[in-house]
Design a protein around this ligand. Sequence first.
Ligand code: SF4
Length: 359
Amino acid sequence: MPTRYDLDRDALAELLAGEPRFRVDQLWDGLHRRLAAPDEMTDLPRALRARLAEELPPALTPIAESSSQGGTTVKWLFACGDDARIETVLMHYPDRTTVCVSTQAGCAMGCGFCATGQAGFDRHLTTGEIVEQVVRAARRARDDGRRLANVVFMGMGEPLANYDRVWPAVRRIHGDIGLSARHLTLSTVGVVPGIRRLAGEDLPVNLAVSLHAADDRLRNELVPLNRRYPLSVLMSACADYLRAKGRRLSFEWALIDGTNDRESDARRLADLCRSLPLPAHVNLIPLNPTPGYPTRGTPRAGVRRFQEWLRAHGVNATVRRNRGTDIDAACGQLAARVEAPRHRAGRHARPVAVSGRAR
Ligand code: SF4
């Protein structure tokens, strides 16, 4: 059975065949603008509300919710209809509210430092499952007296490996929920065909590339996809993307103690940033602890030193604040861990910048 955000407007019109035509707009507006469930839409006749509540069930069932830092970070564990587990993280900052959504249950990319990658791949999420995460977060933000302004696709999964469901979700979040494309950020560990497709789209979303290493030898180790799309190929796709979109590109860099935090790493990274038609911005994320990866994140002083090296080479870099480390909601930690017996979900724990994932 389709869930309430899986149907597009035409499919909803079919579902409402026999009803006055304006009911489609009412229902669509209720779901997306007012963030309402069918049984809350008091502008619909009672009998229709009851039918829609039955025929348009939610995709996600909350299993657990944890919050930290005085409620400014909230992480949900959701069960999907087939019991796949995913996680979503809402973050209130002084000046903005951001949700980090999952695009797959688990991830097939196998980055060793990432809780999601350690758990393996379960399945792609549907467009409805992705949109519903945003709707639920926007409702919570509204209840908290805030407005959801940013969506980062940096939760569990590799968004560009699920392009055919993720992009319709982006369009819905932009066109129907009403968030600016400039406040939507898609991340990737380097799925080059996806970057090339994105370059041909009309919405100017942000692109964040989880780089983590600036030479192929190290990147092959940290990000296995690099063996398929080595840095020269990835950089060429990034350059073409920038030429086509003129949008800012960011590189995410999870700092791993003694692994990718040396001056030579900063120099190589700076070379890559400066090789692009528009300079890339770097987001530095001290690697979060995960059970399956033995090394640790770069200590704070090392993070600052790395940032200074980049600056000295003319590259702007921001240190991401880790939000939610105590509830495993920080970059690289999403692992859908509450008893998922058959499923091995994880979040795009890429050293996802939760304020963007490991990006
Ligand atoms: S870092 Fe991202 S792409 Fe790599 S395994 Fe984790 S979720 Fe997948």
